[in-house]
Design a protein around this ligand. Sequence first.
Ligand SMILES: [Fe+2]
Ligand SMILES: [Fe+2]
Length: 219
Amino acid sequence: MLRGVLCRTEPRVLSMRCLSSAGAGSGSGGPASAERAAPGVTPLRPRPNALTDEIIRVDHAGELGADRIYAGQMAILGNGPLGKTIGHMWEQEKEHRKQFEQLIQQHRVRPTIMTPLWNVAGFVLGAGTALMGEKAAMACTVAVETVIVEHYNDQLRQIMEAPNPDKELLETITKFRDEEQEHHDTGIDHGAEQAPFYQAMTEVIKFGCKTAIAISKKI
Ligand SMILES: [Fe+2]
Ligand SMILES: [Fe+2]
């Protein structure tokens, strides 16, 4: 059931239906351990396996970068016609970042040593493309979210194929993947593809994101 046809036919079809067949097993603790924590104290979980460790580190870095990209866009375009739209996406990214901050603490995962660089690079990317105009900002969003959706789908497949899938992590990543897909679609709806040098710009940004992901997995 875990590897049901629905879950494998098409990457973007990975959904909660897949999760429902993934079983209640958690490779790294689970809600039960959280329930025993004292009020106001972040509950610790058992040390994660290598896959979970890598996933939490790289996703924490990615959501930090996304938060900073939207912060950069808001700094330039926050008072314009797209301010509300970008602000909504930023709020979701802040929530993604918050949840991975929590996971990194609970599982005692070492953050990537590149954190300070991604912090600055994210803001510069968001603000820099926003300075080129609203459509360029949306092109940046499309490029980043394309890579992130693919990245999250890869992780969902890896988790589901693991011997003891972490259902909590599956649910978290599935929800975030769906929201990143919405961000991508918002970018398209707001004229990303009409941005000057759309193809070249998005290819460069995608390459940068993939490189950042590869680095953050390991160091
Ligand atoms: Fe996100
Ligand atoms: Fe996003």
